[in-house]
Design a protein around this ligand. Structure first.
Ligand SMILES: [Cu+2]
Length: 375
């Protein structure tokens, strides 16, 4: 018993005096948080409040990344070395009309760029952290095998750059995110995206591919309140987001941002969930997914699925043909979340097939009304 206690004491002492652990704790406490609160994670303390002067950051017109903004399928038959340049940029963007937020981003949008490489490629990823950033940033890509998924070699201070080299050895669709400091805080503030490692034989041909990513925003003041919103770390640790959104803000995939297709088109959705807390029950109202690659594992597709789970820090791939014109609403089917922003529109144009679907349509469907209101 005595021996066990001694071993435990040595372990605890080693942990507390470990240089990395000690320095992170110290720098964080001095900057941001109360010393009275206990936390048990290996990263910085979650308690985080900082004075932000919005005037010190660039204001972006649109924080969201367009769903169609995806590199084309790769046509190569060989592996190569791919260079990727990312910038950690803190900006002011709008969660909704006149509701602004200090977003932390990769390349000034949420989600960050859709990265596309081929199985077997060597990726050289350069990460630059802008000079005016308030924090060190870094990147953990779930496509990487190795400590921190890249984070162990990419923690970069403002004004500096770092390079990570990795072999994309396993095909799949993966989340990437910043994991510096308190990782959850950096994700909640917008630092996430998807990387597709295309299998050597490529993916099947489709007419449209779309990039959708669910995320959460933890603002101090309640949903809908106008003005500049501060981050609330207590709401984050209590897993109570005010906003749950697709592609960075409310209404990102509505109006000009809606997904567009024609009757007969085959669609592929790449859907990621940044979390940081909630599991997404992803569904498209009025559609059935012909094929789902659950958790984006490419080898075991499921057929004819209505709703698919996307874990926090996970992704899924869905394929389906659109058969009838109209608006199809993308949702997290934990449906109260649509009022927090988690919805978008897939608009399909073309001929009606009354054998497939008929009845008297409302002049203005609910979803269209909402689309106009948002826009
Ligand atoms: Cu970060």
């Amino acid at each position: 018993m005595q021996i066990k206690k001694t071993v435990l004491a040595i372990l605890v002492t080693a942990l507390v005096t470990s240089p990395v652990y000690a320095s992170e704790k110290k720098s964080h406490h001095s900057k941001h948080s109360s010393k009275n609160m206990t936390n048990f994670g290996p990263g910085d303390h979650y308690a985080h409040s900082m004075k932000v002067n919005p005037a010190k950051f660039i204001k972006v017109d649109d924080i969201s990344r367009a769903a169609g903004n995806i590199p084309a399928p790769l046509k190569r038959n060989q592996s190569k070395t791919v260079e990727i340049n990312l910038r950690a940029v803190e900006v002011i963007g709008e969660i909704a009309d006149r509701i602004t937020y200090h977003y932390w981003t990769f390349n000034k949008t949420v989600p960050g760029p859709f990265l596309r490489v081929r199985e077997g490629d060597t990726v050289e990823l350069n990460l630059h952290n802008e000079k005016n950033s308030t924090h060190a940033h870094g990147i953990d890509l779930h496509a990487v095998t190795g400590p921190g998924g890249g984070m162990a070699v990419t923690k970069v201070e403002p004004g500096n750059s770092k390079t990570l080299s990795f072999k994309a050895k396993t095909a799949g669709l993966y989340v990437y995110h910043c994991a510096a400091g308190n990782a959850a805080t950096h994700i909640a503030n917008g630092m996430y995206g998807l990387i597709l490692v295309e299998p050597k034989k490529g993916l099947s041909k489709v007419d449209h591919e779309f990039y959708v990513m669910q995320g959460e925003l933890y603002t101090k003041v309640r949903l809908g309140k106008k003005g500049f919103q501060k981050f609330d770390s207590y709401k984050m640790i209590n897993e109570r987001p005010e906003y749950i959104v697709f592609n960075g803000r409310t209404g990102a995939l509505v109006g000009d941002g809606q997904l567009q297709a024609k009757v007969g088109d085959k669609i592929r959705l790449f859907v990621g969930n940044a979390g940081v807390a909630k599991i997404s029950s992803f569904h498209v109202i009025g559609e059935i997914f012909d094929t789902v690659y659950p958790e984006a594992a490419l080898n075991n597709p499921h057929k004819n699925v209505q709703t698919t789970l996307i874990p926090a820090g996970g992704a899924s791939m869905m394929e389906f043909k659109v058969d009838y014109p109209g608006n199809y609403v993308l949702v997290d089917h934990a449906l109260t979340r649509i009022d927090r922003g988690a919805w978008g529109i897939l608009n399909v144009t073309g001929e009606e097939n009354h054998k497939l679907y008929s009845g008297h349509f409302d002049d203005d469907t609910e979803s269209e009304k909402d689309a106009h209101k948002q826009h």
